[in-house]
Design a protein around this ligand. Structure first.
Ligand SMILES: [Fe+2]
Length: 355
């Protein structure tokens, strides 16, 4: 066995009711004046955070928005400074965590993140801001939280749609961790467990939103998926999703849900060990079909058509993908990726080796 192992420094507290440790985690950082960051929609769910923080909570900034528009970032920084806050606690999904990263980088003050989706954003040092119409992103270790609190009890309010799409994004992180550029057996082990946990947790969470056992499995998958993003790079799947997001406005979770089974079908011949791991984790006979079926079970989108992607944009998306792809286990051509996107546009039942 041969490998290179490197992980980001991160402290994670996981478990039902563990949000109760938020105050202790703040004390560990020798901070005493906390500002919570969230979206307007999340303000009604802050009860457990308020209780855990007590007098440490000095204010809430509830203006987080997707892609962190510059005026939002500036308003949040002004509020942080006006409150005399010395720590930030973002409570929410990717948009809110992105704002938390911006605040911690700009102020140099620590962040304790409380994620409420499965996207894994809390583990990555990548954050962005929308300046005018342009989305800029940066990578900075200073953007990482000092602690992440994963509490499955806080996930019961996550709507089925977001449970499904952020869960599929997480699943994609695990799948792409199975065929990295550099062999990584540790990532492969974690990825298989991540896929298994999601395959149990996501359907249970969609069918019974307040089932804490299901939420626990899904969130454990979310935690592992987040770790995997930091351990290995991305490949064809995420390249396509970023092209669809950047040029056609397709949201990341939705594009992940649709594209993943087709990329797995495409990469099957070049990554047989990955296919075996996916099949074991899903108890499926075909890796691509197994992922497609899981997406169907949890109500995630399965066609580009339903996401409003125009058929006449597929060839352009394929060209852009091929031109900007850094790594994939199987070589790509514009013709093949156009075929892949056509199959995904129609929602043709995928199977290993179909393209
Ligand atoms: Fe992703």
């Amino acid at each position: 066995m041969k490998f290179l192992f490197q992980v980001m420094p991160a402290r994670a507290v996981f478990g039902v009711g563990e949000i109760g440790r938020l105050g202790d985690e703040i004390d560990r950082l020798e901070a005493g004046r906390v500002m919570i960051a969230c979206t307007k929609g999340a303000t009604g769910r802050l009860g457990p955070l308020r209780q855990a923080l007590g007098e440490r909570l000095v204010g809430v900034f509830d203006g987080a928005e997707p892609h962190c528009p510059q005026p939002v970032a500036e308003a949040a920084l002004e509020r942080f400074s006006a409150l005399g806050a010395d720590a930030v606690v973002p409570f929410g999904g990717g948009s809110t965590l992105g704002l938390g990263k911006m605040i911690t980088v700009r102020t140099g003050r620590p962040m304790v993140a409380v994620p409420t989706t499965y996207s894994g954003s809390e583990m990555t040092p990548i954050y962005g801001m929308k300046i005018g119409q342009e989305k800029r992103t940066w990578r900075d270790a200073a953007a990482l939280p000092k602690t992440v609190i994963y509490d499955p009890a806080l996930m019961v309010d996550l709507p089925a749609g977001l449970t499904a799409t952020t869960g599929m994004n997480c699943l994609a992180h695990a799948v792409e961790a199975l065929y990295p550029k550099e062999p990584n057996p540790i990532a492969a082990d974690l990825a298989e467990r991540c896929i298994e946990a999601l395959s149990i947790g996501l359907p249970g969470s969609v069918e019974r939103p307040d089932d804490l056992k299901a939420r626990e499995q899904a969130l454990y998958g979310g935690f592992l998926g987040g770790l995997l993003v930091t351990m290995v790079g991305i490949a064809l799947h995420h390249r396509i999703c970023h092209v669809l997001g950047g040029h056609f406005g397709v949201p990341h979770g939705e594009s992940n849900s649709v594209i993943l089974p087709y990329v797995v079908a495409y990469n099957a011949s070049a990554a047989p060990n990955a296919m075996d791991a996916i099949k074991r984790a899903l108890s499926a006979e075909d890796a691509a079909a197994g992922i497609f079926d899981l997406a169907g079970r949890i109500g995630a989108p399965r066609t580009l058509l339903e996401l409003g992607m125009p058929a006449d944009g597929l060839a352009h998306a394929a060209e852009e993908t091929v031109a900007t792809l850094a790594y994939n286990p199987r070589t790509v051509s514009v013709q093949e990726i156009t075929e892949l996107l056509q199959a995904a546009h129609e929602g043709r039942p995928p199977s290993e080796g179909m393209i």
